[in-house]
Design a binder for this molecule. Structure first.
Ligand SMILES: *Cc1c(COP(=O)(O)O)cnc(C)c1O
Length: 402
């Protein structure tokens, strides 16, 4: 949780600016806010760091991806290709705009592969909701070739990849719109918050309007604004934006430290037999929030997890079994347990989610153990961690014959 590691005076200062005026909403009361516009400043900082022309802050990464899908024109009945390994918010966002998730295969990048996307395309496919997982990035060149060939709409859920780029372009800028999360577990946190980015003015304008009940934000009298579209309230508060602003300013530092620490651990572990690493398509563009190791197979990974639990090695995620990020755990989706009826329950699902055949994704996620990188680690701590990981892997692999 790098962002939360560095919570301090800078965050308190930004929050206090808001508390001193009491204007906690981003709109209205401009004469009372002592010139503090935290949501706007947060957006400007995200634009500066990502190179996006437009950024729009909202209440969460989930509402950011929902807004991105809507602004990209994805809605009822549209088939949207999604990965089976992501935070469930991606799938919920697709369902709740009325669209129909179609699961496709990922590869050792931990993201959808171009090949996986291609195989999942049908005549009803409208777009792809690509997720940049575990702090890294998808393999964009081949993916963009498929997107262009089939004229698909690309939306990127970069919920956990703020600070990542591919060949110089920030994740989130390859398609119509992209989203980031600034929840408590991300590289920078707003407490709760999300930001949508795009280079397309029309998409930005829809997002801006949609996430605030259709307000067009023209003029200075909110009550008299026009409402070109129906929308909803996905606004971020000034208090959250203030924290997000202070935290985001720290990302270049965090990212640099993360990269150094990831390189250190990678080097320390690379000579251990049985350890491979997930593919990072552009190491220079890695936000490096996770060190993702791949064991030879699922059984070896499970044994390694047991060894690490026995040895008290913490700070890792084994998504395949015990986290809420892999399709195997999504029983509510498979049984379509919903609070109230969704469009997919009327039109029918494009796949039987109980019988998905995704052998490659099962294999890769089964082998994957992810360690959260801390930007405050000392060299001694990393040396100890690496030797403990190596010992557990070695034990797990030798116990095959036990
Ligand atoms: C964290 C995350 C989200 C959701 O963000 P919230 O801010 O918690 O709503 C969406 N997608 C991915 C890939 C995430 O990791």
């Amino acid at each position: 949780m790098p962002g939360t590691e560095l919570f301090g005076a800078e965050e308190r200062k930004e929050v206090n600016d808001v508390l001193e005026t009491g204007i906690m909403i981003r709109y209205t009361n401009d004469h009372l806010r002592n010139n503090h516009f935290k949501a706007r400043d947060f957006e400007a900082e995200v634009c500066k760091q990502t190179g996006a022309k437009y950024a729009h802050a909202v209440s969460s990464g989930s509402t950011a991806i929902a807004t991105a899908l809507a602004a990209a024109g994805i809605g009822a009945g549209d088939e949207v290709i999604v990965p089976p390994f992501t935070f469930i918010a991606t799938i919920e966002a697709v369902l709740f705009v009325g669209a129909l998730p179609v699961f496709a295969e990922l590869d050792e990048t931990l993201c959808l592969s171009a090949e996986g996307i291609k195989k999942a395309i049908t005549s009803k496919t409208k777009g792809v909701c690509l997720v940049h997982m575990c702090g890294g990035m998808a393999d964009m060149d081949p993916i963009m070739a498929v997107i262009k060939e089939h004229k698909l709409t690309l939306v990127e859920d970069a919920g956990q990849a703020y600070g990542s780029s591919y060949k110089g372009t920030s994740v989130g800028l390859f398609g119509k719109a992209g989203s980031f999360s600034f929840d408590f577990f991300k590289i920078a946190t707003a407490g709760e918050g999300g930001v949508l980015i795009t280079n397309d003015e029309a998409t930005y304008k829809i997002a801006d309007v949609y996430s605030d009940h259709g307000h067009d934000h023209i003029g200075t009298n909110r009550g008299m604004e026009n409402h070109p579209l129906l929308g909803f309230n996905y606004r971020i508060s000034e208090l959250h934006a203030a924290v997000g602003l202070a935290q985001t300013r720290k990302v270049p530092f965090i990212r640099k430290k993360n990269q150094e620490h990831k390189a250190f651990l990678t080097k320390a572990l690379s000579s251990t037999p049985g350890i491979q690493f997930a593919k990072v398509c552009d190491p220079a563009g890695d936000s490096a929030t996770f060190l993702n190791i791949l064991l030879p197979d699922t059984e070896a990974a499970k044994r390694c997890v047991d060894e690490m639990n026995k040895a008290g090695v913490g700070g890792f995620n084994y998504w395949f079994l015990n986290m809420y990020h892999f399709v195997n755990q999504w029983d509510h989706l498979k049984e379509m347990r919903t609070a109230s009826r969704l469009p997919i329950e009327i039109t029918g699902a494009p796949q039987d989610y109980k019988k998905l055949s995704l052998p490659k994704s099962q294999e890769v996620v089964g082998r994957l153990i992810s360690f959260g990188i801390r930007c405050t680690w000392t060299e001694a701590e990393m040396t100890t961690l690496a030797s403990r990981i190596a010992a557990c892997v070695t034990k797990a692999l030798s116990s095959v014959h036990a």
